[in-house]
Write a protein that binds this ligand. Structure first.
Ligand code: WTA
Length: 631
């Protein structure tokens, strides 16, 4: 692979300066070491972190696929993210630099972040939160979301963060499933110069969730909200109470104790609560961030995702803090008030590594090069991409215009379920635009057909992972069988990712997209089933089918096919009303691009909607095998 002549297609080779700086200069050697001794490799990574008690076994695989990493070990991810830095110079280092959409700045040293986390952990304890309890967090991109997550983990409770762009139905379903007693939120958040009314959504959702006893609200937008006596408390008032002391012992956890639930969309039905645990997750996230983005003490890292998605959990909150790095967080929209907002932030705060999604790049690309060109982007040394396949055109623009041709792009393929990067380059490997290159150390990926046979290089098949990895999900909340069925059954002993992909003759992987009913809208993972149930909740709609169709900026957009109830007539107004209905119930990001009223839906004889046929028809493509079609 190191032989330049042997790589096929468009290849970008790292410059000598990049290789010089890279932590890993010889990728092949590390890959070989991890392959020869998987447990040894991860044990060495784990040894860079602190443990209250060492593991008895690095990997306990006696109950597959419920793998237990660092079995017998005791730790708490917060100990490694905050506590251990208090003993070093990092106590005075910036952990978090935050900029609000209106331009206000807040900074936290590791000392200050730890102090606020301790204070809020004491508040949570006073509210009766105990080890194992679930806490739902529904907040804008403000420092308090980080504090709430860390404080929950510190007391041994399990956080369930719901993305602030979701609305009532989505929030309610997730609070209900997690049976949270406490919800942490804010009065609102700022996005595109407008107030997003989060507390109002919480009020509506909680009205239907009897488990919730306490709602804690951070004051951010200062608009008027309703506070229910006995249930609702202001964060800033609680943090002033004597009980909110700046000292709080970190709960000692088993490595396999749950750290968080993150709901994500699957093939059918309700979203599933993916569980990640303290020990393995901590090691996987730490190690991937270290090797892939090569973070050093002097870096300023900006993962421009939202903490409400797995990217934010792993690489805004936990990863950078585990590394003792300085993380940058921006509250608002990339184009507010102008399309240079991000680039001005890179310049002003000296961002060295920027990690974002292809949809954001395409969105900013539309405004032309003059916006980034007005800014000094010379602090950047590495770029990253995540969430969906990056089209080579966007890759080249990102590389040339933002990275000035100097900055390698780390295209990281992974999932909520994997917790950490799975297919990804490191800075010193040759890159091909649109490929995430090869599996991370210790991993083996395969492309299989329906029967489980490997497909030849260059042909499309199902992406499968062969080896266990430390940040793998430990189970699905309240539904362990679903994990076995969905991920580990089609190819026994192997993890089925749900993506179609190809491998080229250089061993590089190319992700094509989901093979199930998951749609990726602006990188956000949405399930058709959830959108369909929001649709049929509208009085005019009897039945609905949702598909994702290609969209220039968003990657995919939502198209809805609806059968009307008797007495309703199709009209533009009704279509708009239905779009608003979905946006209101599910959240603005779930707003359909198009609502089409139809007389019938293509179904199999057993009554299953054939979305594949709808998709083909909408794009004027051949319908494929329709032998089971009922029409
Ligand atoms: C897609 C996001 C191509 C993929 C971290 C996966 C990608 C799903 C990439 C998981 C990438 C993520 N290239 N496709 N670099 N990264 N995906 O759970 O379809 O929100 O299965 O996790 O996103 O989405 P999730």
């Amino acid at each position: 692979m190191s032989d330049k002549q042997s790589l096929e297609g468009e290849v970008f080779y790292p410059s000598p300066e990049v290789i010089e700086q890279a932590r890993i200069k010889d990728w092949e050697a590390v890959a070989r070491r991890a392959e020869a001794d998987l447990e040894g490799f991860w044990a060495q990574e784990a040894a860079e972190l602190e443990w209250y008690q060492r593991w008895e076994k690095v990997l306990d695989d006696s109950n597959k696929p419920f793998f237990r990493w660092f079995a017998g070990a005791k730790t708490n991810i917060v100990h490694n993210a905050l506590d251990r830095h208090q003993k070093t110079y990092r106590k005075n280092k910036l952990s978090l630099v935050w900029v609000g959409e209106k331009g206000e700045v807040r900074t936290y040293s590791y000392f200050a972040l730890n102090r606020d986390v301790c204070k809020f952990a004491n508040v949570l304890k006073a509210m009766g939160v105990k080890k194992g309890d679930r806490v739902t967090i529904y907040m804008p991109r403000i420092p308090e979301i980080v504090i709430a997550m860390l404080a929950t983990a510190k007391v041994g409770a399990v956080h369930s963060v719901v993305y602030g762009g979701f609305s009532v139905d989505a929030l309610q379903g997730r609070i209900e499933d997690s049976e949270s007693k406490v919800v942490v939120t804010a009065d609102g958040g700022f996005m595109n110069g407008k107030v997003v009314e989060l507390k109002k959504t919480v009020d509506e959702a909680v009205r239907r969730c009897p488990t919730v006893e306490t709602v804690i609200t951070v004051q951010r937008t200062h608009h008027e909200i309703r506070m229910e006596p006995g249930r609702d408390y202001w964060y800033h008032e609680l943090m002033k109470l004597p009980l909110a002391s700046g000292h709080c012992a970190t709960e000692v956890m088993d490595a396999s104790d749950p750290l968080y639930i993150l709901y994500t969309s699957g093939t059918t039905g309700q979203p599933k609560g993916i569980i990640h645990a303290h020990g393995g997750y901590m090691v996987g996230v730490y190690s991937t961030l270290k090797y892939v983005f090569d973070l050093k003490d002097e870096d300023r890292w900006w993962c421009a995702a939202d903490p409400g998605w797995v990217t934010g959990h792993s690489y805004i909150v936990y990863g950078p803090l585990l590394m003792g790095a300085t993380t940058f967080m921006y509250e608002g929209a990339p184009t507010y008030p102008y399309p240079n907002r991000w680039w001005s932030l890179v310049e002003k705060y000296g961002i060295t590594v920027l990690y974002t999604a292809p949809t954001a790049i395409r969105g900013l690309m539309r405004f032309g090069e003059s916006w980034p060109n007005r800014h000094d982007l010379s602090s950047l040394r590495l770029l990253g991409s995540v969430g969906e396949p990056i089209n080579p055109e966007a890759w080249r623009w990102y590389h040339r215009v933002i990275g000035k041709g100097r900055c390698p792009i780390m295209d990281t393929w992974w999932q909520t379920e994997t917790g950490m990067f799975m297919i990804t380059p490191t800075p010193s490997v040759p890159l091909k635009p649109g490929s995430g290159t090869r599996p991370f150390f210790g991993q083996k990926a395969e492309i299989l057909d329906d029967q489980g046979n490997p497909v030849p290089d260059g042909e499309e098949g199902y992406l499968v992972l062969r080896n266990p990895w430390p940040a793998m999900m430990t189970t699905i909340f309240k539904d362990p069988d679903r994990m076995v069925k969905q991920y580990w059954s089609k190819y026994p002993g192997k993890y089925q990712a749900g993506d179609a992909a190809k491998r080229d003759k250089d061993g590089y992987f190319w992700i094509i997209g989901r093979t199930d009913d998951v749609i990726k809208v602006s990188g956000y993972r949405l399930g058709t089933a959830e959108i369909e149930s929001a649709l049929v909740a509208h009085p005019a709609i009897a039945e609905a089918a949702v598909i994702g169709l290609p969209h220039e900026v968003k990657g995919q957009s939502i198209h809805c096919y609806c059968l009307l109830r008797q007495g309703f007539k199709p009209s533009e107004d009704l279509a708009d009303e239905v779009k608003n209905h979905v946006a209101q119930h599910m959240g603005p990001i779930v707003r359909p691009e198009k609502v089409v009223f139809v007389e019938s839906l293509p179904k199999t004889r057993s009554g299953k909607i054939m979305r594949r046929v709808l998709k083909a028809r909408a794009q004027g493509l051949p319908e494929g095998d329709v032998s089971t079609l009922e029409e």
